[in-house]
Design a protein around this ligand. Structure first.
Ligand code: ADP
Length: 373
């Protein structure tokens, strides 16, 4: 089988690590020839994943295509799928998810619980919706990692909103943010991973660390599983999906957003679950049976981010200290250059005792620093 991945970031890199267990010839399309996935694939093709001709030419001789980022040329994927290339997730599912406006409309249409929202085409329209405040304004396309998201607490903040097509979404009183990874096989079978729980840094509003399985009352877990499954069944596409959910103060579960691909919130599945999210996606792409998503042990993920004030060739402080720790797995993404907040790697910790996980997660966060040489 010849399999192509659009995008060559760390998700592609970890997907390729899992591909090594199967008989598959891998191709990566990406602009940057020194990207994290470039050296792990059989064939690296330099090119723009948003360009129709480039994506079409890349895919036309492949058996199967997948993505590691949503900002791809979906029209080219449509044409490839119509010519018999297996495209998972389906181009239609990518198109729905890629834009936050169509994504929210999809939840509304399928009666999937999500925060109340209105669509705004420009800032003038935004100013007519003071009734929905406090709210969060999210740009339709092009936002990621909190860029493209603006909190609008009161009328005075409206000028901070986007002057572009966007979603204005009522602010949720969040008790917990969780993510559920759901796999769907081409034969319609589905399976679901135990949820991960995000713990945020209140100052930076960045993911601090993540614990899995999330600590949730059983009823909340059941609700979250049912909602995540409903999202994926509604998208009606083979593939692996990460559904990000809010649990509010009344234990209501609301969908925040969905990613039609392997996801940051599933890195721990490499060591902590029987079949990792990456292994699972290969099983789907290659039409093999689904794997077992269950957790072997509890786990935590700490992201390794570029330190503030450091830009340049990356060096890792206290890496050896961290590597000495038991049940700790370091993943560096092979990025040569660091800059403040850049995702340079992650560390997974596994243990049967959650308190040991949070202790080690905090220790690693304070020890391991990415600085410029
Ligand atoms: P991105 O796609 O950039 O990750 P998200 O839509 O996930 O953006 O929003 C980023 C963060 O903003 C979320 O993880 C959450 O903490 C906060 N957020 C988003 N929407 C809401 C909301 N409706 N109410 C409260 N907080 C929100």
């Amino acid at each position: 089988m010849k399999a192509g991945i659009l995008g060559g970031g760390q998700l592609g890199r970890m997907l390729l690590q899992a591909a090594a267990n199967y008989t598959v010839e891998t191709f990566v399309l990406e602009n940057d020839p020194s990207c994290p996935a470039a050296h792990l694939c059989h064939h690296f093709v330099q090119g723009d994943i948003t360009d129709f001709d480039t994506v079409y030419r890349f895919g036309k001789d492949l058996d199967v295509l997948t993505i590691e980022i949503e900002s791809v040329n979906v029209d080219a994927l449509d044409k490839l799928a119509s010519e018999g290339v297996r495209v998972y997730p389906s181009p239609a599912a990518i198109r729905t998810i890629k834009n936050k406006i169509t994504q929210k409309a999809f939840y509304a249409e399928h009666q999937i619980p999500t925060a109340p929202f209105v669509i705004t085409q420009n800032r003038a329209e935004l100013e007519q919706h003071t009734g929905l405040l406090p709210a969060v304004h999210k740009v339709g396309e092009g936002g990621y990692d909190g860029k493209g998201v603006q909190v609008i607490r009161e009328a005075g903040d409206l000028t901070k909103g986007f002057d572009a097509p966007a979603v204005l979404e009522k602010m949720v009183q969040i008790k917990k943010e969780i993510a559920m990874i759901v796999a769907m096989h081409a034969n319609g079978e589905t399976t679901i991973y135990p949820p991960a729980e995000m713990v945020f840094d209140p100052v930076l509003n960045l993911l601090d660390y993540q614990i899995s399985p999330a600590q949730l009352p059983e009823q909340v877990l059941w609700k979250a599983e049912a909602i995540a499954l409903k999202v994926v069944k509604g998208l009606n596409s083979p593939g692996l999906f990460a559904v990000e959910l809010f649990v509010d103060e009344n234990d209501e579960v609301l969908v925040n957003e969905t990613a039609p691909r392997v996801h940051n919130s599933g890195h721990h599945t490499i060591e902590a679950n029987y079949s990792s999210q990456y292994d699972m996606l290969w099983r789907i792409l290659l039409h093999y049976p689904l794997g077992n998503p269950d957790a072997i042990l509890s786990s935590a993920i700490v992201n390794i981010l570029g330190a503030e004030g450091h830009s340049g060739t990356a060096a890792y402080e206290n890496l050896e200290e961290v590597l000495k720790m038991d049940n700790v797995f370091v993943h560096l993404y092979g990025k040569l250059q660091t800059k403040p907040g850049r995702k340079m790697g992650h560390v997974t910790i596994i243990h049967k005792d959650i308190s040991d996980l949070t202790y080690k997660a905090n220790r690693i966060k304070h020890l391991l620093k990415v600085v410029a040489q």
